[in-house]
Design a protein. Structure first.
Length: 55
């Protein structure tokens, strides 16, 4: 089931990748950090409370 969500997640960035490529690569300066932050939030959401500290 996680693979299905991950596949849709990856497909949602196709348009952004095309636009970044059409700008001769300059768009990747903004796309890559956004893409990495989105991945981090995706995995954080999947993990739930599993990795939170127990202070």
């Amino acid at each position: 089931m996680c693979f299905v969500y991950f596949s849709f997640f990856e497909l949602s960035f196709i348009g952004w990748n095309i636009l970044a490529g059409l700008s001769l690569g300059i768009g990747f300066l903004w796309l890559v950090p956004y893409y990495n932050a989105a991945h981090a939030e995706f995995y954080r959401t999947l993990a739930g409370d599993q990795f939170k500290s127990k202070d």
